[in-house]
Ligand binder design. Structure first.
Ligand code: PMP
Ligand code: GLN
Length: 380
């Protein structure tokens, strides 16, 4: 393993899902739903396969049907207009979008500012691009960004900000006031901002997802990333996309060509249909997930965890100090044995693992009865 990947080893998600399989424990670790997405979307994939649409290499930027559907979605939910030919790129999930964006836009030695805890691929992709990450810590209980610290962290070498909202693992959702301050800073310091919006449809309690790219001055300096995995409950399909200005999307396309060249054809046609589902799908999905959040949050509270109730995503971050525990990795390794539940230690999402030492993340994208059973086991 080269030095750029030194220390990255096996992702926590693979490790924890393997632990769940080995022990038969309820898997609240890796974030994937235990119920597949809409039947009509699955049937669209079957139709595409059967009718021979996408069974051979689709066009590099993605099939036109999907690129158009992405632009319609951006218009419908955010009033944003994009050109499907030059301002949309289909990727192999948001994961490839993040990797291709980092490889396309960063020079060795550039600095990338990201709030920690962060999704684990950020650090690895920044490192593979030869750049340096500059983490800014979000702190419990509400995990709001420190905007003064952000301003102070920008140097002459800062090339981009990598933002995630709704935020995995804390569930924090950036407000319009915060986004406005970030946009002003980006314009002032001439920064590119990459926004990971894969949980764009999962916000609760009045929190609203606002794409940074919709703010003044951001249209030409933002790469907006999303994915079908979370919104439509098909994490195995690995269809994602970016939207942004033609020069930025074109740069990312250049890198993407040499990573995967193209992404899975038949699923692209199915995701085009998913993006056009009626509004009722999105409200029902969000409402169902909010109810699941409440089931798990209440169960965890009853079991003695300190619960940081998320405003978005399908994860709950907790603190285990109140249980007399202080080492999240050890706690998570022992949890399947102790009570038949798998969770993820947040320490892996920090540059300084001490920062998240007593934090544990639980995923609630599971059937209600599974969440209730997990709560019962944890209370035991
Ligand atoms: N970003 C975040 C914040 C995530 O939680 C995930 C996991 N789904 C991804 C990106 C990767 O998305 P995908 O499965 O579409 O590659
Ligand atoms: N995004 C999911 C999570 O945070 C898992 C993605 C993965 O397994 N790489 O749990």
């Amino acid at each position: 393993l080269n030095r750029r990947l030194d220390g990255f080893g096996t992702t926590i998600f693979a490790e924890m899902s393997a632990l769940a399989v080995r022990t038969g424990a309820i898997n609240l670790g890796q974030g994937f739903p235990d119920t597949d997405g809409p039947q009509e979307v699955r049937e669209a994939a079957v139709r595409a396969l059967r009718d021979g649409r996408g069974n051979q290499y689709p066009p590099g930027p993605g099939v036109p049907e999907l690129r158009t559907a992405v632009t319609e979605h951006q218009q419908r939910f955010y009033g944003l207009a994009f050109d499907p030919d030059t301002e949309v790129l289909v990727t192999a999930g948001a994961t490839e979008a993040i990797a291709a964006t980092m490889l396309a836009l960063l020079e060795p030695g550039d600095e990338v500012i990201a709030f920690e805890p962060y999704y684990d691929s950020y650090a690895a992709c920044i490192s593979m691009a030869g750049a340096t990450r500059v983490p800014l810590t979000l702190r419990a209980p509400d995990f709001r960004p420190d905007l003064d610290a952000l301003r102070d962290a920008v140097t002459d070498r800062t090339r981009l900000l990598l933002l995630n909202s709704p935020h995995n693992p804390t569930g924090m959702v950036l407000t319009r006031v915060e986004l406005t301050a970030i946009a002003e800073l980006a314009v002032e310091r001439d920064l590119i901002v990459v926004t990971d919006e894969v949980y764009e449809h999962l916000t609760y309690d009045g929190a609203e997802h606002i794409p940074l790219i919709s703010l003044p001055g951001m249209r030409d300096r933002t790469v907006a990333i999303s994915s079908a995995g979370k919104t439509y409950s098909f994490t195995g399909w690995k269809v994602g996309w970016i939207t942004g200005s033609a020069p930025l999307v074109g740069a990312v396309r250049t890198a993407k060509q040499f990573l995967t060249y193209v992404s899975s054809g038949p699923f692209q046609y199915a995701v085009a249909e998913a993006l056009r589902l009626p509004d009722a799908y999105f409200t029902g999905f969000r409402e169902g997930m909010r109810a699941k959040r409440d089931i798990l949050a209440d169960g965890l509270t009853a079991a003695g965890f300190e619960v940081f109730r998320p405003q978005g995503t399908y994860f709950i971050t907790t603190d285990i100090a109140g249980l007399g525990e202080k080492d999240a990795p050890a706690f998570c390794r022992g949890l399947p044995e102790r009570c038949g539940v798998v969770a993820v230690p947040n320490s892996v999402f920090y540059d300084d693992p001490q920062a998240g030492r007593s934090q544990v993340r639980f995923a609630f994208c599971k059937r209600d009865d599974v969440l209730r059973e997990a709560a019962v086991r944890l209370q035991r």
